[in-house]
Design a protein around this ligand. Sequence first.
Ligand SMILES: [Zn+2]
Ligand SMILES: [Zn+2]
Ligand SMILES: [Zn+2]
Length: 293
Amino acid sequence: MLQYPSNQISAVVLGIMQDGGLPHIGCRCPRCAAAFEKQSPPQYAACLAVVDTRKPQPSVWLIDATPDIKYQLDLLAPAVGSHRQRRGRLRQIDGIFITHAHMGHIGGLPQLGPEAMAVEELPVYAPEELCRILSTTELWSPLLRNLNLTPLQPNQAVDLAPDLRISPIPVPHRDEWGAGTFAYLIQGPRNSLLYLPDIDSWEAWPKAREQLNHVDFALVDASFYSADELGGRPPVAHPLVPRTVSLFNDLPCQLVLTHLNHTNPLLDLDSEQRQTVLAAGVDIAETGQLFPL
Ligand SMILES: [Zn+2]
Ligand SMILES: [Zn+2]
Ligand SMILES: [Zn+2]
């Protein structure tokens, strides 16, 4: 059970994997096989929560609704607290901020609908075009009646408390529907954090260095360590880890790698690649890891 420090705001990592998680569907690699056979723990799709425990009833927000949302909500249980009317149930959280329309980032939304959690007027913030697609797709209509779907414009800040603010920052990422992708900048009274699980390349986002230079913590896309992981398939658009480390390692922020594909050798505790990254002073995200905001 995770414990949340009292009387402060924390960002907490609830998953570190690329959209498919670990084990990965249909994969027979030794890493996935070990997870399927429960010799190593499963790892959830990339997700971050913001928890503010400064009031008797803490506030809890999620970034992204992943296919592992039910386990991620369970990790939040000590902070979320009990539902007032429904005995033995968790209270519903205070809101969800969606980065983009890909499976690992919205795949948990159906769990909130009438078949499962049946939330009531849960605030869900997402890029405007994604809101439009969700609300015009009939398949999602029973769920959408339970959500307060709120479109966000790029850089439109939302105040979660007088001294806690979250802002969507547009980043280039494979965009099938013109719905866009957001990173989120979270600014608390003590520290700021940039959460950026998916980006096509650093070259495609010239502001990257400046943006990372202005935060205390930067949790960024580390899907692939090397192009060999793609098994000769056409390159999937994500920066490779050594490039990310060499580009940003000199910045004052704590650089934290997340959104790892199941093929990424950083997942092996004794891998040479993991040792190299850690020796360079770069962090690899862990479920339960806390960042004070
Ligand atoms: Zn993703
Ligand atoms: Zn695998
Ligand atoms: Zn994506």
